[in-house]
Design a protein. Structure first.
Length: 217
């Protein structure tokens, strides 16, 4: 036990850096992906037919492509196209696009589940479409999708481990670098697993707190 504690103390800065980088990329991709997903979901239901088709292609392609392929494409293919992104930017782009596609489909389903009469009632009292979205539709949608949104956040934290393949210094890559120096494979992988569990448990607790706050009265 003592040798592990000694190595853990030596590796504390690297582990903290990797942990914070994982939190950073996961949180940013959840926020960006959610905003993108809201826009895509609205366009899938209410957009012009051309926009609906484009959004449908985006959603189907992103949802049907493995996250690892999206990450590699963002890092290598964009470079060949003349778009220069560092490893962190490419990874963030891939995770955000993946999240946006899933959230777009979820929001589409939630919007279509709202009775048409509510939309008609809002229009009958003079609400514009943006007001109808803000005051009638989206509040109901957000209540419906909260459990799925929380699950998506957890999946993005797990998917962030794949960013090590392009050199993003997140928790898994830092753990592998530490193991390469001290060869304490089991101990440090178990520690990394515990840290990932802490992140996902925090997301779940936060999600449940939000659910209670916005629950139907």
């Amino acid at each position: 036990m003592e040798p592990f504690l000694i190595e853990l103390w030596k590796a504390r800065d690297a582990l903290l850096e990797g942990f914070l980088r994982t939190v950073e990329v996961s949180a940013a991709s959840i926020v960006i992906g959610t905003v993108l997903g809201v826009a895509v979901g609205i366009l899938l239901v209410y957009g012009h037919v051309v926009l609906r088709v484009l959004c449908r292609i985006y959603v189907d392609v992103m949802r049907g492509t493995p996250v690892l392929v999206l990450i590699l494409a963002s890092f290598y293919v964009l470079t060949l196209a003349g778009i220069q992104l560092d490893a962190f930017g490419a990874g963030l782009l891939a995770l955000s696009l993946f999240c946006g596609a899933h959230m777009g489909e979820i929001i589409r389903g939630a919007l279509q589940s709202i009775p048409r009469g509510q939309t008609e009632a809002g229009r009958s009292i003079g609400l514009t479409f943006p007001q109808l979205l803000a005051y009638v539709l989206l509040p109901q949608v957000m209540r419906q999708i909260l459990p799925t949104w929380i699950n998506t956040g957890v999946e993005l934290v797990k998917a962030s481990t794949l960013l090590s393949i392009i050199g993003v210094g997140e928790l898994l890559l830092k753990t592998q670098e530490i193991i390469g120096r001290n060869f304490m494979t089991l101990q440090f992988y178990l520690l990394a697993g515990c840290l990932y569990f802490i992140m996902n448990f925090a997301i779940e607790r936060l999600g449940r707190l939000i659910e209670r706050r916005v629950a139907w009265r």
